[in-house]
Write a protein that binds this ligand. Structure first.
Ligand code: AOF
Ligand code: ZN
Length: 365
């Protein structure tokens, strides 16, 4: 029973994907005598929390009911008053929670407040599921650095483009729809200048059902080489474009980019390139909680080497193109010895038609 209702709370939470960043995805259900009498989720950033929406949607008196909520109710005055207090005032008898709130302003205080008011509290129900759903929030709220997901797609023989640079398309439609779901979910999408100059991508969200919102576009361009005619600087989108550059860039060019509406972030120079660690901090300061890194090969190597990547989604398509000079997902100068290889953990494979996607987390220990 407990699991069934918490599953429902997690399903509700998923409806907020793409709209709550940098806040968490939270769902809540109110249950009385085995029946759901109220449902709610956190719908958008700055909006009412899941618990409050569940109260608002309740179809019966909630006194004496049980609330299932995927995240510990908050105990602080943020943009909204504390949910734990609302739970007490509404006469809820028991609260079942999936995970503790990693927000240092809350962590444990919400649960404490409930218990002090004689409410029975059970924690840890579907904890792993809730933590996975909120992996972005957990990293961001505890470090103020964005969660970085590196996505790449290669042929069976490990190439991300042919010798001529052609890459449309390596993966099938299903895989590509999944990537658009990722773009909808993440606050920003990031690529290197080389990718912009070669592929002239849109970097927007194109879901089949037409829903979704565009991520902020971040172009890593140490000397501001991308032409002002690039699509990323000229497309209709509510999301902005950020150019991450260094003092190697000419002032006049930066002014031209700004005229195109781009925001410029100048980072220190790290081995002739943009300092990615500095950039991540600057993005975190701008409330960007997540970055989808979409290449190319050189930027992927720098990102892995600088240890800013948290998770990888690598698509493998059952195609072979060969070519000794054809690019691979991770280029750069490379790591010299196997003993120094970067390791992944918690590996999962997912299939999209005939494509395979390998998901893993960077082992930072
Ligand atoms: C949410 N939605 O459903 C829950 C949250 O600035 P505020 O007032 O919106 O508070 C944000 C914090 O509230 C958030 O970091 C988390 O710790 C807690 N719970 N937040 O946005 C919710 N339950
Ligand atoms: Zn709250």
């Amino acid at each position: 029973m407990e699991i069934k209702f918490m599953k429902k709370a997690l399903e509700l939470a998923e409806n907020g994907i793409g709209y709550t960043n940098p806040n968490p995805l939270v769902g809540a259900v109110i249950v009385k005598e085995g029946n759901i009498i109220g449902e709610g989720y956190h719908e958008f950033f700055g909006g009412p929390h899941a618990e409050i929406n569940a109260f608002k949607n309740a179809t019966e008196d909630v006194t004496g009911a049980t609330m299932y909520v995927s995240l510990e109710p908050c105990s602080h005055y943020g943009k909204t008053p504390p949910c734990a207090e609302a739970i007490v005032h509404n006469g809820i008898k028991k609260v079942v929670i999936a995970m503790e709130d990693p927000n240092p302003e809350v962590s444990g205080r919400g649960i404490k407040l409930l218990r002090e008011n004689n409410i029975e509290v059970i924690t840890g129900v579907l904890q792993e599921e809730s933590r996975k759903l909120n992996e972005i929030f957990i990293k961001y709220i505890t470090t103020k650095l964005p969660f970085c997901l590196l996505k790449s797609a290669m042929t069976l023989d490990g190439k991300i483009a042919s010798v001529t640079g052609d890459s449309k398309w390596i993966t099938n439609n299903e895989s590509r729809q999944y990537v658009h779901k990722l773009r909808n979910r993440m606050s920003a999408v990031m690529v290197g200048a080389g990718t912009v100059m070669k592929d002239d991508p849109f970097l927007n969200t194109r879901l089949i059902n037409g829903d979704g919102r565009d991520p902020v576009r971040i172009i890593v361009d140490s000397s501001a080489r991308i032409p002002v005619t690039s699509t990323v600087l000229n497309l209709k989108s509510r999301a902005k474009t950020i150019i991450a550059t260094t003092t190697l860039a000419k002032d006049e060019k930066l002014k031209e980019l700004e005229k195109k509406g781009a925001e410029i972030i100048v980072t220190p120079i790290a081995e002739t390139k943009v300092d990615l660690k500095y950039l991540m901090k600057a993005l975190g300061d701008r409330d960007i909680d997540s970055v989808l890194l979409e290449g190319g090969s050189e930027l992927n190597y720098s990102a892995i080497k600088e240890n800013i990547v948290d998770k990888i989604n690598l698509f493998i398509a059952p195609k072979i193109i060969g070519g000794r000079d054809a690019k691979t997902p991770v280029g750069g100068v490379g790591i010299k010895f196997m003993k120094d290889a970067v390791h992944l953990k918690d590996i999962k494979t997912v299939t999209f038609g005939q494509d395979i996607m390998i998901e893993g987390y960077l082992d930072k220990e």
